[in-house]
Design a protein around this ligand. Structure first.
Ligand SMILES: [Zn+2]
Length: 266
């Protein structure tokens, strides 16, 4: 098991490194497919194999380009470590299963959409929706109820923001709706609802915190990236959702058992 977890961690770090590049290049409008090499953004030095190893390269180079000494953003190191941790947690929880694959695809969606939203305030529909499409295909392994649960998750995730946009007449972006629609197909109905709740609570608490320390002023319409907060909510449900809902069902079983729809694969 330990060996598997280490492999999952290394895989996660590599995935993080890749997603980071894809997100950043999408934001600055460079293509990330084909054979465009990774280069130092300061001097154009083409990075060699040993400068591209996730986590280790950054640490060995101490965050500086080997050629020109320009600082390499600590973002790379942080994202790679976060992705390694996410992969280990998902594998630890789901072992080798369809659910593990499903959650891993979902987690990649969380990371890349958080990165583009954080960097540029944009959610790219292709990155928002494709995890959902792949998720529904994986759900086929669980039969029709599993696919239906995914469709319900997508509908509630997308519908929630669509409703807010309609009511507030454009107070929020369609990117958030695409993101929650896509990840909703991965998470299923009840995890999507809970993720929305947790994500918006954390985002709201963060805004209030920024107002209290004077970084954001009351009544100003600053836009803040919401996807990273929603992603935290989704991640909490991916790792702890089953346990949380088991506790809730135990506690509220005699009040409202029917609101907890059965869902695959949990
Ligand atoms: Zn350089």
């Amino acid at each position: 098991m330990t060996a598997w977890l280490i492999i999952a961690g290394i895989f996660g770090a590599c995935m993080g490194s890749f997603l980071n590049v894809v997100a950043h290049r999408s934001v600055i409008g460079r293509s990330w497919w084909g054979n465009e090499r990774s280069v130092c953004e300061a001097c154009g030095h083409v990075l060699g194999f040993f400068e591209l190893i996730p986590v280790l390269s950054w640490l060995i180079l101490r965050g500086k380009c080997k050629n020109c000494g320009a600082k390499i953003s600590i973002r790379y190191l942080i994202i790679e470590i976060i992705c390694a941790a996410i992969a280990v947690m998902i594998f630890y929880k789901y072992k080798i299963s369809w659910a593990c694959l499903l959650m891993f695809v979902g987690a990649c969606g969380l990371v890349i959409n958080s990165l583009t939203d954080f960097e540029s305030g944009d959610v790219f529909d292709i990155f928002a929706i494709s995890p959902g499409v792949i998720g529904l295909l994986i759900r086929l392994a669980g039969g029709w109820p599993a696919v239906l649960d995914g469709i319900e998750g997508a509908a509630v995730g997308w519908g929630f923001f669509a409703l807010i946009i309609l009511i507030s007449r454009g107070g929020m972006g369609w990117g958030d709706a695409s993101f929650m629609g896509g990840i909703g197909a991965v998470l299923g109905f009840k995890f999507t609802l809970a993720s929305l709740y947790i994500g918006i609570m954390i985002g709201g608490a963060f805004v209030i915190f920024l107002m209290l320390i004077g970084k954001v002023k009351w009544g100003r319409h600053d836009t803040m990236p919401l996807v990273p907060f929603l992603a935290i909510g989704c991640l909490v449900m991916m790792i702890f959702g089953t346990g949380i809902f088991a506790k809730l069902e135990e506690r509220f079983l005699y009040i409202a058992p029917e609101i907890f729809l059965t869902s695959w694969p949990f």
